[in-house]
Design a protein around this ligand. Structure first.
Ligand code: F6R
Length: 610
């Protein structure tokens, strides 16, 4: 949730850290801080409430220099988002910035208070700073003090810590929160995510849970949970640093919507075998014999990833005949799920760090399920704990509202459906081929949608002042209605509900009056006629219909206020196109309302708390 950047090297690092934090702003933005300490005993710390720009303002009024430092951008979990609670926290000679939650911080705090320690903030992090500082007295080094402290800490953490009396070291620790290490010719970096330091290095090492690391100007040493030195492989990251920038778009969200054709191609690349009508999933390290025996798939996910799972239920069940249960991860983990040795648990997550999804995955594993994940962030926690992983190649997603990650999830889920169907014998080579061809045609259809944004802007102009929206869809378009409503809520702060069209008459129809815009997805698919009847019911109650229809379908011209035609594509991939349409409706409404689209209030990109 929070973002951390650490630097030790030969250059002045304040701007390196501030620029790194800028790239992590999507992780947290309620306060920020920077600490520099180069020579023994010297320390300069600044902290500011609110966005990073507030911190930058303070820094540039009175800049300071140094070649070792750390920075933090916060999303509050313990204590209000105030300057006093902002990181880095200082205790004695210890300076620390942390992402995560220390579960036993009250207990530790009481213990330390009894030893005369005084706390200035309400955070769990300050407790760890004090703990390390108190351990320092009997420790041989900062790293030793960190190890001694971690033995007493329960919870999730990724932190960077420095001792002002040990000026040549930064110590890093990770458990159940993301942390990467990078190294250039002149410096070592620690960061919550790759884009933070990608402009300085492409060489990264991913820490495992329980790992600690000692960074000096010359070398990086990594230790496992027992404090034993370990080697972690270095990976070369190909991302172009500017792919994490806005590239001229007004918002990251719009940029990411426009990236979808390319990201879908990337996700299919090297995996789709058109000739064989099959998918090459060699990279998914799960025993193929097991996959052939799978008789139930349980999908666990949260938010938008949950809706992607719901879409996939329709096509995976139809084409593999394997029952698919789609479960909210936050519910799954606390009930008593039924799992047998032929159950495949599929965890879907853009970030790979969502606490509920990770916990549901662990529960499924504990009960004996094989776990596979679909994820966008390499080496994040969910893939690392899965038996196999299918990565979406959406690239870094900065906008809090997910767009390209969601549509690439749908592509990955289709690939999984084809792969399983072929192995189960429920999908012929010809059917596999036509499905792959349909997937390969999707980017062109999305491009066609993106070349005419006027209808979406019209919806925004006409309805941005509405206080509530209803989204209706049937079949695969029902979860798209849910996704559309979620996206509108997230970024425009307008209340919206998604409903299965057929359910409307069982309750929500009471809400419909002439003030209610109804986004109705009515494509020429197998449930077209039924959908039209439901839509007429809404129209008869005065609802203002915004109809998403198949290209060339003029039958709703008299019923709907606004008709948006969408390319007619294979039904198995139709939702990918309607996802783009509902993204655009939300985007232009939010843009007209002037909300903070990329960082909507109260939301964070990576939800690493329960
Ligand atoms: C929706 C959105 C969230 C995420 C959810 C799960 O636009 O971004 O609802 O989908 O928090 O996140 P991941 O996929 O990272 O597990």
């Amino acid at each position: 949730m929070c973002g951390v950047v650490g630097y030790i090297g030969l250059e002045d690092c304040a701007t390196v850290i501030l620029n790194g934090l800028k790239k992590l702003e999507y992780r947290g933005y309620d306060s920020a801080g920077l600490a520099i300490s180069e020579t023994a005993g010297a320390l300069k710390v600044i902290r500011a409430e609110g966005k990073l720009s507030n911190l930058e303002k303070i820094f540039y009024q009175e800049p300071f220099e140094g070649t070792r430092g750390l920075g933090h951008i916060r999303w509050a979990t313990h204590g209000a988002p105030t300057e006093i609670n902002a990181h880095p926290h200082v205790a004695g000679s210890i300076v620390l910035a942390h992402n995560g939650i220390i579960e036993n911080y009250r207990e530790l705090r009481d213990k330390l208070a009894a030893l005369g320690r005084e706390f200035s903030s309400a955070t769990d992090t300050e407790v760890v700073a004090h703990l390390i500082d108190s351990e320092l007295k009997s420790a041989s080094s900062l790293h030793d003090a960190v190890l001694k402290s971690l033995a007493q800490v329960e919870g999730s953490y990724a932190f960077v810590v420095m001792d002002i009396n040990e000026p040549d070291t930064l110590v890093v620790a990770r458990n159940a929160a993301p942390m990467v290490l990078g190294r250039s010719d002149t410096a070592a970096f620690a960061a919550s995510d790759i884009p933070a330091v990608l402009e300085h290095t492409r060489k990264f090492v991913f820490l495992h849970d329980g790992d600690t690391a000692v960074l000096t100007r010359e070398k990086t040493s990594i230790f496992d949970v027992s404090g034993t030195p370990v080697e972690r492989p270095e990976k070369h990251i190909q991302w172009d640093p500017i792919s994490a920038e806005k590239q001229g778009y007004k918002h990251f969200m719009l940029k990411e919507i426009f990236e979808q054709p390319t990201r879908i191609i990337d996700t299919l690349r090297g995996r789709a075998d058109v000739e064989a009508g099959d998918i090459n999933l060699g990279e998914v390290d799960i025993d193929p014999e097991f996959l052939k025996k799978v008789n139930r798939i349980t999908v666990v996910a949260c938010g938008g990833s949950f809706y992607s799972a719901m879409v996939s239920k329709y096509f995976i069940e139809e084409h593999t005949r394997i029952p698919v249960d789609v479960e909210l991860a936050s519910e799954y983990r606390y009930r008593k799920p039924i799992i047998d040795e032929n159950t495949l648990c599929l965890a879907i997550s853009q970030s790979g760090e969502t606490a509920d999804t990770l916990a549901a995955l662990r529960e499924a594993k504990r009960l004996g399920a094989k776990v596979m994940s679909i994820c966008n962030v390499i080496e994040s926690s969910i893939p690392r704990e899965s038996d196999g992983v299918l990565y979406t190649h959406a690239g870094p997603e900065i906008s809090v509202a997910s767009t390209k990650a969601s549509t690439t999830q749908l592509v990955a889920l289709s690939m999984l459906g084809i792969w399983l169907g072929r192995r189960k014998g429920t999908l012929s080579a010809e059917q596999g081929r036509s499905w792959i061809e349909a997937l390969r045609a999707v980017p062109t259809s999305i491009e066609a949608v993106l070349t005419n944004l006027e209808p979406y802007k019209d919806v925004a102009k006409t309805y941005a002042s509405a206080s509530s929206f209803l989204y209706l869809g049937r079949g695969q378009q029902y979860p798209v209605a849910l996704e559309g409503a979620l996206k509108l809520k997230e970024i425009s702060y307008i209340h919206a509900e998604g409903y299965a069209s057929g359910e409307m008459k069982h309750g929500p129809i009471a809400l419909i009056d002439e003030k209610m815009p109804v986004v109705a997805i009515a494509l020429k698919d197998t449930v077209y006629d039924k959908t039209i009847s439901n839509l007429m019911e809404a129209h008869a109650r005065g609802g203002k219909i915004i109809a998403l229809v198949s290209e060339g379908d003029r039958s709703l011209s008299d019923t709907a206020e606004i008709v948006i035609e969408l390319p007619q594509v294979d039904e198995r991939v139709q939702s990918i196109i309607t996802y783009v349409a509902v993204q655009l409706i939300s985007y232009f409404i939010a843009d007209l309302k002037g909300t903070d689209i990329d960082q909507p209030r109260n939301l964070a990109k990576s939800v690493t708390v329960e």
